[in-house]
Design a protein around this ligand. Structure first.
Ligand SMILES: [Zn+2]
Ligand SMILES: [Zn+2]
Length: 436
């Protein structure tokens, strides 16, 4: 063995067993989180008071981009319309981690009486609507800005690269086209550099302040939308035999769709939901109309079940309509969100970081969530972990708190520091190779 090879081996052994990496310490992370949280809350209040709908987040994106530039982070703007990407290169070599926040608000009129209450309005699908951060994306953006500030302050010690994704339109685009995370990825945000892992968080009403919720493997549902148009033949309400009644056929279809989950899906494997959200047909009490339109959503956690439901909706609508001489056209939207899957290995590896941030017993494995997230597109590309942070006041029943998307959705800001500590913790621990 040459001396060179022997010393290389010694170095390898040192890396494998030695604790002596000049690491960013837990105390440093705690200090950074406490130092940055007041500003995170200030940013969050500002974003809350000035919410913007999907693909219109120009003010928010401007503030984010300005902030990242000030920190000396390389910035790309206008990604997927209004998205911002920051790249922070650490002073030491190491892996690449992506951290994601969403910036968009919802067409909801705020009903919470806070001093920074939103009075914003906008136009949505042709109507004037109130605009509110009713899903808490204001806090996600603020937390990631705080994370960027903390990481930039320790960049010399940071082994690797951090990609910050501030994405638009997580809630979908106003015109129903593909946007958000999907479009950012299509525009190549993961091409250079390519992340080895990605992390994202969501504030969630059903968890109390101080708690983190997660689930390994499939976590949040795939969401698909469908539209069914039942066509009959218009006639007088007094003479139904003179035409074909699409209202009765549509009613039977609604009930028939409920047998997909209750009678046709193996419910011991994965849950599924099929809901009709709107039925529109007719104009007058004594006219049986020509057609009825129905729209709805279905949620699944498995691609095979998803396909089974697509086939089931199509078959149920067509065959039930056909039984009464009507026809049914079925459209499945092409803008679905896939299942948000937490990579099992990465989840296991990062759990200690979450537990350290929250404290013992405060990180809980939660049941499947039938809500959907476009973070799922990120999870399809790189091993990812998405987790929930509690924001409902301690001591109150979180299961009864106004949910995300409610006009009464309320964030107890004392919960946000945990979000910052957790995001900072998983990012630094991942880069420093904790748990490997
Ligand atoms: Zn939402
Ligand atoms: Zn959301």
């Amino acid at each position: 063995m040459t001396r060179l090879a022997a010393s290389a081996l010694a170095a390898l052994a040192f890396v494998a067993v030695g604790p002596a990496r000049a690491e960013i310490t837990e105390a440093e992370l705690d200090r950074a989180a406490s130092a940055n949280i007041p500003q995170v809350i200030e940013w969050r209040r500002d974003f809350h008071q000035h919410p913007e709908l999907g693909n219109s987040e120009t003010r928010t994106a401007g503030i984010v981009a300005e902030h990242l530039k000030k920190l000396g982070i390389e910035v790309r703007t206008g990604v997927a319309h209004t998205g911002v990407v920051g790249i922070l290169k650490g002073g030491k070599p190491g892996p690449v981690v992506a951290l994601r926040a969403d910036m968009d608000a919802l067409p909801v009129t705020e009903a919470v009486d806070v001093p920074f209450k939103s009075k914003a309005t906008s136009t949505y699908r042709g109507e004037t609507v109130g605009v509110m951060h009713a899903c808490g994306h204001d806090s996600h953006t603020a937390i990631l800005m705080g994370t960027a500030q903390a990481l930039a302050s320790m960049r010399q010690e940071l082994p690797g690269t951090v990609v910050f994704l501030f994405q638009p339109a997580e809630e979908g685009t106003p015109d129903g086209t593909r946007g958000g995370a999907w479009l950012m990825l299509k525009e190549g945000v993961f091409d250079l550099p390519r992340p080895d892992a990605a992390f994202g968080l969501h504030v969630f009403s059903t968890l109390n302040v101080g708690k983190i919720g997660y689930r390994s493997g499939p976590f949040m549902a795939a969401a698909d939308r469908f539209r069914i148009v039942v066509k009959g033949e218009q006639t007088h309400g007094s003479r139904p035999w003179g035409g074909v009644d699409p209202i009765v056929a549509a009613s039977q279809i609604v009930l028939g769709l409920q047998t997909l989950v209750s009678r046709q899906i193996d419910i011991t494997r994965n849950p599924a939901v099929v809901s009709v959200g709107a039925i529109k047909g007719g104009i007058r009490n004594n006219i049986i109309p020509d057609s009825v339109e129905m729209i709805g959503t279905f949620r699944t956690f498995d691609p095979a079940v998803r396909q089974q439901i697509i086939d089931g909706i199509t078959r149920t609508a067509r065959d039930i309509a056909g039984a009464s001489g009507a026809t049914a056209e079925v459209e499945i939207g092409d803008d679905n969100y896939p299942v948000t899957v937490n990579d099992a290995k990465l989840t296991e590896r990062m759990l200690p970081s979450l537990e350290r941030a929250a404290g013992p017993g405060k990180v809980i494995e939660i049941p499947y969530v039938t809500g959907a997230e476009d973070f799922s597109f990120i999870g399809e590309r790189v091993p990812s972990l998405f987790f929930f942070v509690g924001i409902t006041p301690a001591g109150t029943d979180a299961s009864r708190a106004p949910s995300n998307h409610s006009p009464k959705f309320y964030i107890d800001e004392s919960g946000l520091e945990l979000g910052l500590r957790a995001m900072l913790g998983v990012a630094v621990d991942f880069l420093q190779g904790a748990g490997t």
